[in-house]
Design a protein around this ligand. Sequence first.
Ligand SMILES: [Zn+2]
Length: 143
Amino acid sequence: MKMKKVTEPKICRNPRCRKELPPDHPRKDCNDKCKTTYFNDKAKEEKKSRFSYERVLKDNEKFVKRFYDNAYFRKVGVAEEALVGEGINLEVFLNQEHHKERHTGIIWYGCYGLELPKVEGRNYMPVQRSLDRVPKYKGGRYV
Ligand SMILES: [Zn+2]
């Protein structure tokens, strides 16, 4: 019995086209128009996700600042539920730092950060740093 090779149909990469291409078609799209649409859409998508990342980061910084500005929270810290309840997205931060003396981690949202609790379930401590220690945003990433 002869085995027939099953091949996935080749489809144009332009999501607005998705036309089936002949198997021997030398390119990933129908033509230059489809190619341009594909790359334009991709760039737009990347810009959109970068914008929302910056938006969330800015909001996080604002929320952490609010806790830092409160002497009570600066002393006792903030429970994770309170942070999440405030609207902080703990996954979106600028950078992380290891505190050499205290052996803790700090996650930074711009000028304000949260020192991670050493013991799970403990409070996060709001901390601040000077602007010159905030990484600069250059060419789509932080340096
Ligand atoms: Zn196409």
